[in-house]
Design a protein around this ligand. Structure first.
Ligand code: ADP
Ligand code: MG
Length: 310
């Protein structure tokens, strides 16, 4: 099976739906949106040795994750996903098997969220697997929610327990698309981000983009994932540290007014924890269980600082 057979194989498994007017098979795909529709677009690349290890992870899992991380970005804007493109650099030795695996892993998730695969690029080389997905989405229920709308006094919420994703959860994140849409229908979302680099780091982005605000987190109310506790047993870092700084949780960090947070938590549309509040004073602080307030270094996974691969 060569490149063109492979594309034919993928094409036979694709379906043009929704906004797609032309799918796989031509020089470009085409889409038609209603007049004045606001389109969002995002892309994320996964590299063998950095974001996964092929062998430990199957090609199906890599395909799933490559789409899931992009869906998570669309969720963070409270938009709906529409269509995806997949660009791959395949290791020559097993190019076809890997490509098929990637496709089926992506496909299962794409179907669940009504995403059509409208194109891509297929290459093979003597290097490791690199996968890049580009995802188009649409803001259907109001403008995309940005990082920049947090206000002093706002509540900070997260949609699930955090930390320890490295133990395996990072390979099958659940994109919080439906949660984001449910939240947006109920309250005015001031700001939102998906937790890909750790709560401390990603909340830091929200605070900076919102004009240099700060936050006070409440150590007792941060939901610590059982994986964070397991990992803590292995590396002796406190579970709370894992919850605050581990990456790839892919939960949403949501900022709403304190009043709306209270209303939401009385009858939550999804899993939801209030973890702290936004402060006018810059800096990230945490109130420990004994009431002490300490500064929290904004750190998380930084590819340029920590990664050898740049
Ligand atoms: P071109 O040389 O004009 O870029 P290609 O031969 O690369 O065209 O691709 C042919 C068609 O197959 C295009 O519609 C392209 O989007 C699609 N395609 C290529 N690789 C993939 C892939 N891995 N997944 C989905 N579609 C793909
Ligand atoms: Mg091409």
């Amino acid at each position: 099976m060569g490149e063109f057979d492979l594309i034919a194989w993928i094409r036979a498994r694709s379906f043009a739906s929704g906004r797609t007017t032309l799918g796989i098979g031509d020089d470009c795909a085409s889409l038609r949106f209603p007049a004045n529709a606001e389109i969002v677009v995002t892309t994320d690349m996964l590299m063998d040795g950095r974001h996964f290890r092929l062998g430990e992870a199957t090609a199906e899992q890599v395909g799933y994750k490559a789409l899931a991380v992009n869906l998570s970005d669309i969720a963070a804007m409270a938009c709906i996903p529409v269509a995806a493109l997949l660009a791959v650099a395949l290791p020559s030795a097993e190019a076809v098997e890997i490509a098929r695996g990637l496709h089926s892993g992506m496909r299962s998730l794409a179907d669940r969220f009504g995403v059509s695969l409208i194109g891509g690029d297929t290459n093979a080389w003597d290097g490791p697997l690199v996968v890049s997905v580009t995802l188009l989405g649409e803001a259907t229920e109001g403008p995309p929610i940005r990082r920049s709308g947090a206000k002093p006094g706002d509540a900070i919420l997260v949609t699930g327990p955090l930390g320890g994703s490295l133990l395996g959860r990072h390979l099958h994140p659940e994109p919080r698309i439906n949660e984001a849409l449910a939240l947006r229908r109920l309250v005015e979302l001031h700001a939102m981000i998906d937790v890909s680099d750790g709560l401390a780091s990603d909340l830091g982005h929200v605070l900076v983009e919102s004009g240099g605000l700060g936050a006070l987190l409440d150590a007792r109310s941060i939901p610590v994932h059982t994986d964070a506790i397991l990992l803590s047993g292995q590396d002796e870092r406190p579970p709370l540290d894992h919850a605050l700084t581990d990456g790839e949780d892919f939960e949403l960090c949501v900022v709403v007014s304190m009043q709306e947070a209270t209303r939401l938590l009385a009858d939550p549309p999804c899993t939801l924890f209030r973890v702290g509040r936004v402060t006018a004073k810059p800096g990230l602080n945490i109130e420990r269980a004994d009431g002490r307030i300490e500064p929290l270094l904004i750190k998380g996974f930084d590819h340029l600082a920590g990664g050898p691969s740049f």
